[in-house]
Design a protein around this ligand. Sequence first.
Ligand code: ASP
Length: 439
Amino acid sequence: MKKVVKFGGSSLASAEQFEKVGDIIKADPDRVYVVPSAPGKRNSKDTKVTDMLYGCYDLAENDKDFSKELAAIKARYDEIINGLGLKLSLKDEFKTIESNFKAKAGKDYAASRGEYLNGIVMANYLGYEFIDSATVVAFDKNGNFDSEKTNKLMSKKLERTPRAVIPGFFGAYPDGSIKTFSRGGSDITGSIVSRAVRADVYENWTDVSGFLIADPRIITLPEQIDTITYTELRELAYMGASVLHEDSIFPVRKEGIPINIRNTNMPEDPGTWIVESTAKKSKYTITGIAGKKDFCCVNILKDQMNSEVGFVRRVLQAFEDQNISIEHVPSGIDTMTVFVQQDEFIEKEQSVVAEIHKLAQPDLLEIESDLALIAVVGRGMKSTRGTAGRIFSALAHANVNVRMIDQGSSELNIIIGVETRDFEKAIKAIYDIFVTTQL
Ligand code: ASP
């Protein structure tokens, strides 16, 4: 068995946390490839090393003195090194970083040093080989991640390296300069390593015991999800449920490798399994509920729309021309509605309206704002009758007016549009009918 283990920033914020991580790795000889994040917050008032690096580089870029800020970053690592009793000095590394900052090596270079240095510390602590991700994670010259090139480089390198630490979050352009993924991107690195070594499991260790059925800021102590499929997770992540970087699904998906979300502070918890497909029934009809606020919709009416060839395309063309992405397009006989994100739409709304009139000549056009979308996701919905009925009667009882309903062909989710002010109330009502009343 081969396991890839990724540890998030809060799991590596101090020497004490590092020791927990060391115990986890040593407890299972299959945990052979380790992907660390940069040290995160030690308490709620603390600053993540990544943010300290961005701040420090900002000064460097503006030709200001950054020595105090850089020393504070070095102190974070020294605290860990000394706390673990390691014979390791990062003095030379910090000298290099200082001169590269002065030479304005770039924001991505700056941010990447958080995981780079943590990788060196981790490799020293575990006695594993350190591999610089710049040599095995490739981006093309436009900054797009090159998955096939990376997979070749990474698998070739790891074939010859039985145990290694590969820092998360960054790689390099073809010319060797550093490029990072978006924030939280160490999750993607863990997935890339898992694919390259065809791992049996990708363990992603964080500070929660997995995914919850609903947002704990809305539902008090929601139930946890035991098993979720990649596709269900995509739907929930798109709607804002965040534990894992949403792009980290893609590399493991190519090899069907399961991801296991685990809690460094409660290693005995089994966590959540994210799998390609499963025969396991979820405990409830639904797997999860997530949602996002701040949508607008454009309602369009045209008599005999259904018999006018190309009408929908022409309307959508108006959005495309203004470079606005479309979220949902529910339609009726002579009406269609286009849902878009409010902040993206608002500044271009009049240009879009003018364009729709020019291209499609609607009879009526109306814009509504402050809408929220809620996704009720679950592989169990396909085989259960009455799910939609239960959702809508729960919403009716809670006095929530449903503005839009959209069920995709996969029957994996139902998307419901409500007014923003009803958002929390609607999620509570749906959670109650599917979970609380079933307990
Ligand atoms: N350290 C980076 C961040 O704070 C990447 C990560 O932790 O995954 O976003």
